[in-house]
Design a protein around this ligand. Structure first.
Ligand code: CO
Length: 199
């Protein structure tokens, strides 16, 4: 017996609807992917990358982890970035955080969350960098602001990778963006005035 049958039937209906619009959609896509965007976002189920920017399969290369972190030694994230930038030649790297992020919230708590506390330590580092600003806020505002500051710091980490530095050195047209998504209304906001396009 097939398990999770409803998901297979959802999938069939989804694929059929796309083929009805464009009979060659999957055939063409199977030959080549040429996305313009690399999305680095949170794993949170409420922040689905393609859906919220209304882009089809083939248009966004995606890396997601808890709290949309770009850690200097995370081979998973770095490998995604290298492939996206050097091979697929994406033009935009988007770091997208979101308000109400469970990872951000947990990083502000002092109790034991298990293994994940090792990952959350990277967010605690961001808190420490912005201690003066954050300590002046009430709990709710602190959490909200840390979601934003974390995006800004992860954008800086993206720009600090050898991958992005080398791309800029070789003249690649590559912009790095920092966005935040509001899970309460579905709206995205740019939190860096001008995208970063050079070192
Ligand atoms: Co999150």
């Amino acid at each position: 017996m097939k398990t999770l049958e409803h998901l297979f039937s959802n999938n069939k209906a989804w694929a059929d609807a796309i083929v009805k619009e464009d009979p060659n959609f999957f055939k063409n896509l199977s030959k080549l992917q040429a996305p313009e965007y690399l999305w680095i976002g949170c794993s949170d189920s409420r922040v689905p990358s393609n859906e919220l920017i209304n882009l089809a399969p083939g248009e966004v290369f995606v890396h997601r982890n808890i709290a949309n972190m770009v850690i200097h030694s995370d081979l998973n994230c770095l490998s995604v970035m290298q492939f996206a930038i050097e091979v697929l030649k994406v033009k935009h790297v988007i770091v997208c955080g979101h308000y109400g992020c469970g990872g951000i919230k947990a990083s502000l708590e002092n109790h034991d969350h298990g293994l994940i506390d090792n990952w959350l330590g990277h967010i605690k580092d961001v808190s420490r960098l912005h201690e003066d600003e954050l300590s002046a806020l009430n709990d709710k505002d602190r959490e909200h602001r840390l979601c934003e500051l974390n995006v800004i710091e992860q954008v800086a980490n993206v720009c600090d990778t050898t991958i992005v530095k080398n791309a800029w050195k070789s003249g690649a047209e590559l912009s790095v963006h920092g966005w935040i998504y509001n899970i309460e209304n579905g709206i995205l906001k740019d939190i860096i005035d001008t995208p970063i396009t050079h070192e």
